[in-house]
Ligand binder design. Structure first.
Ligand SMILES: NC(=O)c1ccc[n+]([C@@H]2O[C@H](COP(=O)([O-])OP(=O)(O)OC[C@H]3O[C@@H](n4cnc5c(N)ncnc54)[C@H](O)[C@@H]3O)[C@@H](O)[C@H]2O)c1
Length: 445
């Protein structure tokens, strides 16, 4: 018996040994940006992995060895499917007898801006019939501090198993950054907090097979709060960069030049850049989980609220600046043709969730502009009242509009050729950098 497992229950010890000897069979619930890379990493580490997702189309293509994510290459997935190391299913029955389950289902906001943890509740309830002694359940979905203990734990205890002795429960936030190549699921340190210290040890044995650096913390709440700190840190600093852009415009300064100069300081400064707003499934949403939770203890999370207000207003600010740029040329936005370059929420990915492009396009349309877009990764984009398809040739399209606006600076685009063809460019991402600084055709955020 290792020193680490001396003080744990027999069920915990047996389970840890099953992981360490790679005899365990595990499940991953939710095969999206977070779940699929984890499932693949666990299967590559030698475990038999079954993935459960309610989306039949996703499950079908995964079982054919095809990946729906840029970050999971088919060359990695296909052999795992062919060897039976990874299978996907729409049914929770596939989880019968598994030794561990990791849950990464969506945690969006409701229309009211409150957390929507209904996916976590649904997944936990669906899992209940398959709970058994000697099993670990780990929540990965980003959520407010207290969710694992207050919402998931009672669902598991209904099954009559004692958590910490027979059954083990932990929270371990995911840090995946879609599109990033230098840090992967395997190499990014992973924080783990259990309901009890034994839960943390068992969850560490689960992840330890596939992930190089584990960071145990003292509770599920600490692990939940750690994730929210990470994303709040980004949201607040981006908010400050955005406000700096507003201040620089008032003072007649180039915000990009100021930030680049400050970033030469070798210590005590971290570079964040402004833009047309926040996007993605994490940064615009996660801090609001924290501010919502704090309201329940009568505390106002002021930095979060302020950053959210500034960041949310950026699409409107960008549309206002576009209007001003056209006005300078004696044109009105109403009736003008505008080509939006890049609609994904960040460069070099296809993900459009919460993308500021949705707001920018909607507001341009509301003001009477005729809008088209080009994105090398996104074929079509829609909101409730509009749908647009990506135009094929951005250079040709730029020649036929009144203004091009860079919303997302994908590296694959030929910005110089687009600028040469376009009458006017509004650059909200500094895609033109120095070349845009002195060019009368380019108006920068
Ligand atoms: N995308 C990221 O970069 C990222 C990074 C860190 C953390 N997170 C967090 O991880 C969680 C998942 O995010 P994601 O980006 O992977 O979402 P996603 O939408 O890509 O994937 C979630 C999957 O869960 C499935 N699903 C929904 N309800 C289900 C249920 N009851 N049972 C089984 N499957 C179900 C959906 O069909 C979908 O395939 C969220 O809480 C998110 O905040 C995301």
């Amino acid at each position: 018996m290792s020193e680490d497992t001396q003080s744990v229950s027999p069920a915990a010890q047996a389970l840890i040994e099953r992981f360490q000897t790679r005899q365990a069979r595990v499940g991953v619930v939710g095969l999206g940006y977070v779940g699929l890379p984890l499932a693949v990493a666990l299967a590559e580490a030698g475990l038999e992995v079954v993935g459960v997702d309610l989306d039949p189309a996703k499950v079908k293509t995964l079982n054919q060895g095809k990946s729906h994510l840029e970050d999971v290459a088919e060359a990695r997935l296909a052999p795992l499917v062919a060897s039976g190391r990874f299978t996907a299913s729409v049914s929770y029955e596939a989880l019968e007898g598994v030794d561990g389950v990791s849950i990464s289902v969506p945690t969006p906001l409701r229309k009211t801006g409150d957390p929507d943890i209904s996916y976590i509740v649904a997944a936990t309830q669906s899992l209940r019939p398959y709970l058994h002694p000697g099993m670990v359940v780990i929540l990965e979905s980003t959520t407010y501090p207290g969710t694992t203990r207050e919402v998931v734990l009672p669902e598991l205890e209904v099954a009559g198993l004692e958590v910490g002795k027979d059954l083990f429960l932990a929270f371990s936030p995911e840090r995946v950054d879609p599109g990033r190549k230098d840090w992967t699921t395997e190499t990014t340190p992973k924080v783990i907090g259990g309901i009890t210290p034994t839960c943390t040890k068992v969850a560490a044995a689960f992840y330890g097979l596939a992930i190089q650096h584990l960071v145990p913390v003292s509770s599920t709440e600490t692990a939940e709060m750690t994730k929210l700190l990470e994303n709040t840190f980004r949201a607040v600093n981006i908010g400050m960069a955005n406000e700096l852009a507003l201040m620089c415009e008032r003072l007649g300064l180039d915000v990009w030049e100021v930030i680049e100069a400050a970033a030469t300081k070798p210590f005590g400064f971290m570079k964040f850049t402004p833009g047309p707003g926040l996007g993605g499934h994490c940064i615009p949403i996660d801090p609001l989980y924290l501010s919502w939770k704090l309201k329940s203890v009568k505390y106002t999370a002021r930095f979060i609220e302020l950053a959210s207000e500034i960041n949310t207003n950026m699409p409107r600010y960008v549309v206002g600046r576009i209007q001003d740029a056209l006005n300078e040329r004696g044109q009105s936005l109403k009736g003008s043709k505008v080509l939006v370059l890049g609609v994904a929420f960040k460069p070099d990915v296809a993900d459009t969730r919460e993308s500021p492009a949705l707001d920018v396009i909607g507001m341009l349309m509301d003001k009477g502009a005729e809008v088209s877009f080009h994105d090398p990764y996104v074929d079509s984009l829609s909101e409730e009242d509009w749908t647009l398809n990506s135009v094929e040739d951005p250079v040709a399209a730029a020649g036929g509009v009144d203004l091009v606006v860079v919303v997302t600076n994908h590296h694959a685009l030929d910005y110089q050729a687009i600028k040469a063809a376009a009458p006017l460019v509004f650059d909200s991402r500094n895609a033109y950098d120095l070349a845009g600084r002195s060019d009368p055709k380019v108006v920068k955020l």
